[in-house]
Design a binder for this molecule. Sequence first.
Ligand SMILES: [Fe+2]
Length: 337
Amino acid sequence: MQQIDEIVSLPPFNVTRASHVVLHVRDLAASKHFYTELIGLVVSDEDEHTVWLRGLEERGHHSLVLRKGPKPECTRIGMRMHSDDDIKRAFDYFSERGADARLVDVPWQGLTLHVNDSIGVPLEFCATMTPCERMLKRYDRYRGACAQRLDHYQLQASDVRSAWRFYQQLGFRTSEYTWSELDGKEQLWGVWMQRKGNPHDIVFTNGVGPRLHHFAYTLPDSNDMIRACDVAGALGYAPQLERGPGRHGISGALFLYFRDPDGHRIELFNTHYQHIDLEPAIGWDLADPQRADQWGLPAQNKWFTEATTFANVTPQPPALRVDPPDLERFLAMANDA
Ligand SMILES: [Fe+2]
């Protein structure tokens, strides 16, 4: 497939990284238990409606906000910018292009901008949060998977190419991508894009969207992945272990995926690489079994079909009608062989 990386070296404002996710959950106590006892996040603050959580190495007030709501949804995904001047430049940039950009007050955050991206994803940008103690060396407080920091999120998109163009114009660079052959042509199926210098801050894959597929926290060590599985078994969360441990082809990360009590999907991972130098993006064929897992087992079909909807956003069918290379097909072919 033709190389797709176009570099915008001087973007209109400086997005620095994926920052936080805001979720609606039905049972705040049940979700708090899952994210503190299994995932290992720390509670920064809470009231009867909301719990603000952060990873053990994070200084910012929150990377996950759980709000009590009538149905499981994602309210917004958050990104950090370098300064409030960048927030103001972004407000002007989106307003000049006719987007509904709003400067809003959000607890524990400085100047905050709300706007939707080109495929309708509700975004929240801020440059500052109330600083909290970095718990990195508080080993006495380590629990469960000992999640360190939010690294990225992955979304399903009905139009991957539109999302790629939108973020590319904001200075996001493509580290890897997936293509699928359709009607004799190679079509873009997924893009892994970054601002902070590792393989991804945000990922878009072809599917019913926009929907939040998962958000991901780093773990300090591969042994913590095994410990997370053990703790999940001990706490009764074993049925919510959806996939892994495994080794991604894209990014090279060791991974594990859980579904939380509302079905929101969280990835726990480590050991991916740096992507700082200007270098060509790496392309993968969707049909390559080692693309998703170097060890050979594909994901279950629900991996490709189930995801979290965004509040007040109606998902659209995907532009590409591609049968995913799922575990069910893999096993059927193995039985036929
Ligand atoms: Fe991921």
